[in-house]
Every structure is written in structure tokens, then in C-alpha cells.
Design a protein around this ligand. Structure first.
Ligand code: C5P
Length: 209
């Protein structure tokens, strides 16, 4: 299979030195990329700014903003069998990006935001038969939100995790996930992100074989 995996945060600039972003480190997406490569698949890895070294055998596209990530995803989408969107895409970006560094004494204390494109919703509009996996990181009611998201974003699977649980979510090497599909929900215990990656890859293999 050829897989498109997105990872990390996006960075939405306010001026050349300031930005809005989130806590994603890219660990989950990179772990899935490693699991996919170990299983003999080809990987397009598209990641926002992260401090990780991409696996040598992945084709790597570093991006900054949500709109950069959307462009890269749209470029690779027709060439892949499945998409795994682990990236924590910023929902909003500043309406304007200053060309020069803003000065504290002249800067407005309010930043006007505009919504970013929802990459999964854009994929839904143009996809053919790719298997699409979304992530749902929530701090409460993770499963309830995941079921809603599965339908709203037209996904084949949501990997839901409650990022408020110890050992789950951002910046750690483990995660506690549930797979939500039209067929039901499968819960998993605490696992390394690499093991979560292997489970996701074998699930997709079973559906696409
Ligand atoms: O609705 P929510 O943002 O929580 O959904 C998370 C899922 O949607 C993740 O798979 C994330 O990569 C994706 N997403 C996206 N475009 C956005 C925001 C999130 O594709 N602008």
C-alpha cells in the first residue's frame, strides 16, 4: 500500500517571529509511519514543525501552516490507498500576517482570526476509494465526539483518545485509543505509539486486501 500520513501541529503566523500553534509533537504520526514502513508499505509523511527525525525511507514533506498541509495532502491524495490524519491542524489562523515583526507598543491587543480549511472535509469532496482515518483528541467525551466526527467528516475510521488521561495524547510515547468505525468500537489498553501504529496499519491492510 501507499499511505499518506500527516503529523504534528500546524503553525499559524501572526508576524515573522510569532505564531499560534498547539501541543502536538508529531510522535503519533511518526510512529505510524515507522509501523507502515516496517510492514513493507510506502509512506508519504507530511508534517508541521516538529523536532523529530523522519524515518529515512519515508518520503518527507515538511510544512508550516494548515493551508500548506492542505496543498501537500491534495497533491499526494490521488497517489495513495489510505490517508491517516494524525496532524493537529490549527482550527484558526490570524486574518492578517504582518510582514515585519510587530512592535509591542503599536500592536493591537486583539488578534482577529479566520477559520482554517478542514483538511478531512476537503479530502471527502475529492476522494475516490482511499481509506480515510481521522484522529479525535479530546479532553472529555472522546467517544461521543468521535462517532459524530466519523459521520460529519465522512471517515472510514476514527482513532479516539482522551488526551487528559495519563499516558495518552501529546508528547508521550504511549497512547490509549479506541477505533471507531461504522461496525462499532474497539477499545485498546495503554500501548506504545508504535504498537498503536501497527494496529492501525493491520486494520487498514485487512480492509483493503
Ligand atoms: O474536529 P477535530 O479537529 O477534532 O478533528 C480532528 C481530525 O480532523 C484529525 O484527524 C485532524 O487531523 C483533522 N483536521 C483536519 N483539518 C482541520 C482540523 C482537523 O483535517 N482543520
Amino acid at each position: 500500500m501507499r499511505l499518506l500520513i500527516t503529523a504534528g501541529p500546524t503553525r499559524e503566523h501572526i508576524d515573522p517571529v510569532r505564531f499560534l500553534s498547539n501541543c502536538s509533537t508529531g510522535k503519533m504520526g511518526f510512529a505510524i509511519a515507522e509501523a507502515a514502513l516496517a510492514a513493507g508499505h510506502e509512506v508519504e509523511l507530511v508534517a508541521g514543525p516538529v523536532a523529530l527525525t523522519p524515518p529515512a525511507s519515508a518520503h518527507y514533506t515538511p510544512v508550516i501552516s494548515a493551508r500548506d498541509m492542505l496543498a501537500a495532502v491534495m497533491e499526494y491524495l490521488p497517489t495513495v490507498d489510505a490517508v491517516i490524519m494524525t496532524a493537529a491542524v490549527a482550527d484558526w489562523r490570524p486574518a492578517e500576517v504582518a510582514q515585519d515583526k510587530l512592535k509591542k507598543h503599536t500592536m493591537e491587543p486583539v488578534i482577529k482570526l479566520v477559520p482554517n480549511p478542514d483538511i478531512l472535509s476537503e479530502i471527502k469532496k475529492v476522494k475516490t476509494n482511499q481509506f480515510i482515518v481521522g484522529f479525535a483528541a479530546e479532553t472529555r467525551n472522546a467517544l461521543e465526539y468521535a462517532k459524530d466526527k466519523l459521520e460529519r467528516k465522512g471517515l472510514d475510521m476514527i482513532v479516539a483518545n482522551d488526551v487528559s488521561q495519563p499516558g495518552a495524547g501529546f508528547a508521550v510515547d504511549t497512547n490509549i485509543v479506541s477505533f471507531v468505525t461504522q461496525q462499532g468500537i474497539e477499545h485498546f489498553p495503554l500501548m506504545s505509539k508504535r504498537e498503536v501504529g501497527a494496529k492501525i496499519i493491520s486494520y487498514i491492510e485487512s480492509k483493503l486486501s
